[in-house]
Structure formats: structure tokens, C-alpha cells
Write a protein that binds this ligand. Structure first.
Ligand SMILES: Cc1cc2nc3c(=O)[nH]c(=O)nc-3n(C[C@H](O)[C@H](O)[C@H](O)COP(=O)(O)O)c2cc1C
Length: 113
């Protein structure tokens, strides 16, 4: 898995997504969650950002990681979706993920939810 993820990154791959969202136009806010892989989003996240035009929407990025944190991924997402509003991101370290309720609640309140 580590090697495959690295290879996908090196090739700037766009792995095919197994599902599609037919009614994305009905959503104003997209909560976009992912694990940090090699200091970045998994390439499938970039497939998602390529497939959907999120102009005018709000994107709230959140991740789990082994400790790297967001690693600049909100900025990468903003680059991919220049006409979307990307909120402050939330990073949860994997060792704390089962005990993260207050962190999530604080983040939601900070970004206006
Ligand atoms: C391919 C791969 C690359 C990873 N790279 C990083 C990394 O660069 N920094 C980091 O903190 N954690 C890294 N991790 C740890 C994951 O971020 C962590 O396992 C994940 O957020 C936990 O979610 P999961 O249960 O969905 O794997 C990596 C994990 C994998 C599988």
C-alpha cells in the first residue's frame, strides 16, 4: 500500500472513484475528509476535485495523520478549486482519533457550523 501510494503520487495518478455524486449541485458545503499520505491528500481526492466543479461552494477539509498534520493540503485544495471558499482545516492525529469529539466540535464552531 505504501509503495502503491508513492507510485500514484510520483505519476500524479487519478485513481478511478467507485461512486459518483449525481446531485452535487444541491450542496453548498462539502466536508472533505482524507488521511495524509506522504505529506499530501491521497490521489483519489484529486480525482474527486477534478471530477466536480466546486466553484461557489465552501470546502471544509479535515484529515487524520500519523502526526504530519494538514501538511498544506487546504492550500492544495484551494489551488485545485480556485473559485471555492476553503475553510480552516482540521487535523487529528490517528492516535487521538477515537477521542476527538471536542476537537471536531471546536473546529465546526470556529468555521461557523
Ligand atoms: C500510504 C501512506 C502514507 C502515509 N503518509 C503519512 C505521512 O506522510 N504523514 C503522516 O503523518 N502519516 C502518514 N500516514 C499515516 C496515515 O495518515 C494514518 O494512518 C491515517 O491518517 C489513519 O487513517 P486510516 O485509518 O484511514 O489509515 C500514511 C499512511 C499511509 C497508508
Amino acid at each position: 500500500m505504501l509503495d502503491q501510494a508513492q507510485e500514484d503520487m510520483n505519476n500524479d495518478a487519478r485513481p478511478e472513484l467507485s461512486t459518483t455524486i449525481d446531485n452535487i449541485d444541491e450542496y453548498d458545503t462539502i466536508f472533505l475528509g482524507y488521511p495524509i499520505w506522504w505529506g499530501d491528500c491521497p490521489m483519489a481526492i484529486y480525482t474527486f476535485l477534478d471530477e466536480y466543479d466546486l466553484s461557489g461552494k465552501t470546502i471544509a477539509p479535515f484529515c487524520t495523520s500519523g502526526g504530519s498534520g494538514l501538511s498544506g493540503t487546504p492550500e492544495e485544495i484551494q489551488d485545485e478549486e480556485p473559485n471555492a471558499t476553503v475553510t480552516e482545516g482540521l487535523s487529528i492525529s490517528d492516535s487521538r482519533s477515537s477521542n476527538s469529539r471536542s476537537q471536531v466540535q471546536n473546529w465546526l464552531s470556529e468555521i461557523g457550523f
